[in-house]
Design a binder for this molecule. Structure first.
Ligand code: CA
Length: 663
């Protein structure tokens, strides 16, 4: 996430300081006891509903029951009872199904605002009140047999990042559920030109993992005004354990959003695609009045020494993952998404804000369920934090939180240019960065032929194995690939841009590590040159499905590229030792990187593979090693069954990749 939110930094001197009114047993907020029970929030039974919240320093807690998720006075208000480990409980001995609830705590003699608490698992419209439902009734048909598609190694993954709304909101998507969860579970949709769209498109392309932008309940879209067609990426969490209402067909009915998200996941699974969820535990949309802070003021956030809110998220607050109950909350939340929704992986937004110990604890908890569930994240923060960097899950500390993956901003910026350098461009436009491209090729592991002092952002080989690094050239942040190239070389023809687009992804898909693409790049998507589209209208963000006919050659190339990677384990080695043993760089001239993978690496059917990347904007003549070579990729075409045989030299077109092999 990189996003600037338009609210003033909230400077508060309350928080830690005002905890002078803590009950005697808690000298500081860090003395609050850990409650490890899994029954926080509301637990529904036909005969009664049990409520439990954790708020150790509250003077009193009350529970409000409502008829609706919005408006109206409470049907009943109950005083909750102090219970173990800082919790408060109350059991309402009626069938409350369909009713709504909030909690309020009393602090310094004053009642704070109402909150469904951070633990609620169902909400009414806009997520202001918790909903009492029977979770079993949210299961779609066939849910009992829903299974995670098989995955042997994370390096086998092909990740495709998509925003729910972008994918199906354009009328030419042919979707019956534009912009909704159900849009992704629908088969048979076609563009006006007759090409597959939606789920069928994903299958045709051959991806293995769909990474969905935030789909928990976020705050920026008013769910009572969905006809206004507002847009947001959703990096503004409100309720972590509930799906976003704007993606459901009825945000007022608390069952609908849950059932429809499950249906989406079920259909993706049935079609062999795993689902990775983008999670944003690093900050909340608002600080002081968030559901977290209204429940336990000051506890869930970091503060600077002067009492001001920590802001390493750039959004006005940052959570304190190192506090025991915050850590406990994140672990239980992730488990909820796995157990209740069958989520297959997590992408941690600004993971560099979280402490290493918490990330390892999350990994451990997930391993106990299924070690193939993946975790990766952004190994950086958006600003300084009160928690020292050596304790945080930033990229350079990656060996300490192996096997959690990190995005390689090194290969990204080597390809397209350092993000701090404006539109200067990178290897793709003939602007060097050869050493960083090599570092990307080996999957950010240590390799004797790489000079780490020349890498764009890193001085260390941070990946323990290639599975720990996500390779990409663009994602939702910053300009998409086409817009970036256009901004970098405005004089280039579309044919040149297409060549560079193909070169970019050929490098991503043949590099060791985990390849990641941003939705629509395979059909030459652009976002009208807008760099930060987090709240841009559909006209900017939507995928224009007519591009699939117009740029069908690009689509075919991506499809072939994915098929090549899947067919050749040499591009998917799982250890640093394998990479060091089999992969050697050959020549290196200005804007030229080439390497060989030898000796049937990782069980490949090809004995030797030679890969040549020409970032120059002119053709070059390349001297081949001895013997006959079969080209499977050259001049912007890719075909595994061979495009030609060469000895001695080969012509490599401007801005293109050539891949050859010896059987
Ligand atoms: Ca919402």
């Amino acid at each position: 996430m990189k996003r600037t939110k338009l609210f003033l930094p909230v400077i508060l001197l309350v928080c830690l300081m005002s905890c002078g009114h803590l009950p005697k047993e808690y000298a500081t907020i860090n003395d609050y006891p850990l409650y490890e029970g899994t029954d926080l929030g509301a637990t529904y039974y036909a005969t009664h509903t049990k409520f439990r919240v954790w708020s150790p320093a509250a003077q009193a807690v009350r529970l409000n029951i409502y008829e609706h998720g919005l408006n109206g006075k409470p049907l009943a208000v109950y005083g909750m009872n102090r219970s173990e480990k800082g919790t408060w409980t109350y059991s309402v001995k009626q069938d409350l199904k369909g009713k709504f609830y909030t909690f309020q705590i009393q602090k310094n003699g004053k009642w704070l605002g109402e909150t469904p608490s951070l633990w609620c698992k169902a909400v009414g419209v806009n997520g202001n009140r918790g909903a009492i439902i029977d979770l079993k009734e949210t299961n779609p048909q066939g849910w009992e047999t829903d299974k995670r598609p098989e995955m042997k190694s994370f390096t086998d993954a092909v990740i495709y990042e998509v925003h729910m709304r972008d994918f199906t909101i354009a009328p030419n998507s042919g979707s019956s559920y534009p912009g909704k969860f159900l849009g992704l579970s629908e088969s048979g949709t076609r563009s006006p030109e007759g090409f597959k769209t939606g789920l069928d498109h994903l299958k045709e392309l051959g991806i293995t993992h769909l990474q969905i932008l935030p789909s928990y309940d976020y705050a920026s879209i008013d769910e009572t005004q969905l006809d206004k067609n507002e847009y947001n990426w959703g990096y503004d969490p409100k309720n972590y354990n509930v799906p976003e209402g704007g993606y459901s067909t009825d945000p007022y009915n608390p069952v609908t959003r849950i059932k429809e998200m499950k249906e989406m996941i079920h259909q993706l699974h049935a079609n062999g695609i795993r689902v990775i969820m983008d999670v944003v535990y690093n900050h909340t949309f608002v600080g002081e009045d968030s559901h977290l802070n209204l429940m336990v003021p000051g506890y869930f956030y970091r503060f600077n020494n002067d009492g001001s809110w920590g802001n390493s998220s750039g959004c006005g607050n940052e959570t304190a993952s190192e506090r025991l109950m915050t850590r406990q909350f994140i672990i239980e939340s992730v488990k909820h998404w796995i157990n209740e929704y069958h989520i297959d992986g997590f992408r941690f937004d600004l993971m560099g804000i979280h402490d290493i110990e918490t990330m390892n604890a999350i990994r451990q908890a997930i391993n106990e369920i299924d070690p193939t569930i993946s975790i990766h994240g952004e190994g950086w923060a958006a600003g300084g934090s009160p928690l020292p960097e050596n304790l945080r899950a930033v990229k350079q500390n990656a060996p300490q939180f192996y096997p959690i993956g990190v995005f390689s901003d090194d290969i990204r910026d080597a390809l397209r240019g350092n993000w701090m350098d404006g539109n200067k461009g990178g290897f793709l436009v003939g602007n060097g960065y050869e050493e960083s491209i090599k570092f990307g090729i080996v999957g950010a592991v240590s390799h004797p032929q790489i000079d780490l002092t020349k890498i764009v952002h890193s001085q260390t080989a941070y990946a323990k194995t290639p599975a720990q690094v996500i390779n990409y050239v663009s994602c939702h942040d910053d300009p998409c690939l086409v817009d970036k190239l256009k901004a970098t070389i405005p004089e280039a023809s579309e044919q040149e841009l297409i060549a560079m687009n193909k070169l970019a992804q050929t490098i991503v898909f043949t590099s060791q590590g985990v390849p990641f693409i941003y939705a629509g790049e395979e059909i030459f998507r652009d976002k009208k040159g807008v760099h930060n589209t987090y709240k841009s209208p559909d006209a900017v963000n939507q995928i224009n499905w007519s591009n699939k006919a117009k740029y069908h050659d690009v689509f075919n190339y991506y499809q072939q590229l994915i098929a090549l990677r899947k067919a050749h384990p040499a591009f998917r080695m799982s250890t640093a030792e394998q990479v060091n043993k089999h992969l050697t760089f050959r020549t290196q001239d200005k804007n030229l990187v080439s390497y060989m993978i030898q000796d049937y690496a990782n069980g490949d059917s090809w004995k030797t593979i030679l890969v040549i990347f020409n970032g120059n904007r002119q053709d070059i003549s390349y001297t081949l090693p001895a013997g006959n070579w079969t080209a499977v990729c050259e001049h912007g075409k890719l075909n595994q069954s061979g495009l030609g045989t060469y000895t001695q030299t080969i012509n490599v077109s401007a801005s293109s990749a050539t891949i050859l092999y010896q059987p």
